[in-house]
Design a protein around this ligand. Structure first.
Ligand code: SF4
Length: 282
């Protein structure tokens, strides 16, 4: 049966994924009384290598690999090890990660550690939720590591005793507007003139609020100072200018990230770790 599948995949140019899950590992061989079982990451790697060996024996090299576990240290160790051993693309994931809140954090930690080390070629966030909720989390992981950005990145200060404007509702409105727009832009919504200008200057557009008024930044420069009731409209206007400059052409209509593949921009890539047969990605 395996031979038939491999032959069919070869004929059609379809890759085969060797998928190992910590919950369905092959049974352990019988051990001597004083012998400890190998650690789980090692068992996962061994299981993958065994399956890879079968495909290689049949001359099949169009292989992808996943080694998924719920336990983050387990999956990180397993992926690190397999990355040293084989040249094939790795599909990263934390399996059965959980509900959207806890599962997103767990996925971001596991996938993020590996991507930050240059390990991994594709990712999957698995949540106990509508699959549509998984995509924004996956994009957020990529954007957080400056690998790829799709749609807006919103920085917002957590607020503190220095704040003199109603910042949190504004941050939510800014996020709702720019996420709906679905264009690549970084917006900083900052609550004071002490720490605000630095972040606002580094973003595509930003606000550094003072008492009842605030400075609006575009591409590192203060372009105007507006009263609090105009914060949102000023950020939207400046945002449209930046997006039009980035994408070339007229100010954008709202499409939503899923509808606009051109709204994906590659960012500073992560240096790939040395892998057998792999080329560093920049
Ligand atoms: S940016 Fe200013 S107001 Fe916001 S948390 Fe930092 S110091 Fe406080």
């Amino acid at each position: 049966k395996v031979r038939q599948v491999v032959r069919a995949a070869k004929e059609r140019g379809i890759p085969i994924r060797v998928g190992v899950n910590e919950g369905s590992l092959p049974p352990l061989p019988s051990l001597a009384e004083d012998e400890l079982p190998p650690p789980k990451p090692q068992r996962m790697v061994d299981a993958a290598l065994w399956e890879i060996g079968i495909l290689q024996e049949m001359g099949f090299e169009d292989i992808k690999i996943s080694l998924k576990a719920f336990d983050v240290p387990t999956m990180v160790t397993a992926y690190r090890e397999i990355a040293k051993r084989v040249p094939y693309p790795l599909h990263l994931g934390v399996t059965e990660a959980g509900t959207p809140g806890a599962g997103s954090v767990r996925s971001a930690v596991g996938i993020g550690i590996l991507l930050a080390q240059g390990i991994g070629d594709t990712i999957r966030v698995s949540l106990a939720a509508d699959p549509a909720e998984e995509l924004p989390v996956a994009w957020s992981i990529l954007a957080s590591l400056n690998i790829r950005q799709r749609g807006a990145i919103i920085l917002a200060c957590p607020t503190c005793g220095r704040i003199e404007v109603d910042l949190i509702p504004l941050a939510n409105q800014v996020e709702a507007h720019f996420q709906k727009l679905g264009k690549p832009i970084t917006v900083a919504v900052m609550g004071c003139v002490v720490n605000g200008p630095g972040e606002a200057r580094d973003a595509d557009i930003g606000l550094a609020a003072g008492k009842a008024k605030g400075a609006i930044f575009r591409k590192g420069q203060v372009v105007r100072t507006v009263p609090e009731e105009q914060f949102l409209s000023a950020l939207i206007e400046e945002g449209q200018r930046v997006i039009a400059e980035k994408l070339g052409g007229a100010p954008p209509a709202a499409t939503g990230p899923a509808d606009d593949p051109d709204a994906v921009i590659p960012m500073t890539a992560v240096e790939r770790s040395a892998r057998p047969g792999r080329v560093a990605r920049r």
